[in-house]
Ligand binder design. Sequence first.
Ligand code: NAP
Length: 292
Amino acid sequence: MDGQLVSQATKDELKIRIAQWVKEGKKAPHLAAILVGHNGASETYVGSKVRTCEEIGYVSTLIRLEDTISEERLLQTIRDLNNDDAVDGILVQLPLPKSISEQKVIDTIDASKDVDGFHSLNMGRMVQGLPGFVPATPHGIMLLLEYYKIDTRGMNAVVIGRSNIVGRPMSILLSGATNPGNCTVTICHSHTRNIKAICREADLIVAALGKPLFLTEDMVKEGAIVIDVGISRVPDASKKRGYAIRGDVDFENVAPKCSYITPVPGGVGPMTIAALMRNTFRAAEAKQSRKA
Ligand code: NAP
């Protein structure tokens, strides 16, 4: 599955809708991103989110804060953005310094501007199958399955990882009464016994644990669908930057057994950004209709 291609198609569609939206005299969606500190990976992710906003025709604001910032100052910055009518979507790039409570930060974002979908209210709505913002990475994976018209009904799905931003919401979406969805889902974590045997029974595996090349050929049955969420930097002297990006799947040996598989890079990563852009447009639309 080509995440780059599907992401581009999603962005192209949004670009057309935004052009029309602006032509109708409405304000272009505005995404405000907060980056705390100087984590290399976070800088890269925020940079591509901001660039994508420009590409599609959104307004973006990047607020950079030092990692010495107090929790209260960060919360105040978020409250200011909540109260700023010009801002439609707010994201705080994770991880945050250890002295700051991520949950408190997330739950301070106005749920109607929480385009990352991490706010407890949006999480709760997703669990209940109600409309709200769905976390961008699992949302992007659902868009990818939809694009390739993969009928997941009745499949045995295994999600490896139970984080609030990927694994847990992924398991909820795949088990939902939707298509894609309607799977029988097993969620695995670091205490799971017999993970190899569980994976071998799976029609669909989502690997989201952050352990490079964890999912090997002997863990995958013939014809399975494998989605690799992992992004790890591993030292590689042959690369100019000194590291290579690896997923959680041993792509080279697993791919020949699969009916569909996502590569890293070029799979889930671009879809995450596309899904975030969709959420931001939805936030702007919802605000517009509240005003009308
Ligand atoms: P996380 O918060 O560290 O969660 C990792 C999960 O994997 C935990 O639930 C952990 O179990 C489980 N786990 C760890 N080792 C395991 C093992 N040996 N066997 C089974 N389960 C194991 O990570 P995350 O934020 O979900 O991210 C996961 C990966 O996806 C990372 O590489 C991250 O960089 C990447 N990511 C990619 C995107 C994208 O757009 N492509 C977006 C977000 C994240 P416990 O709960 O028991 O500790």
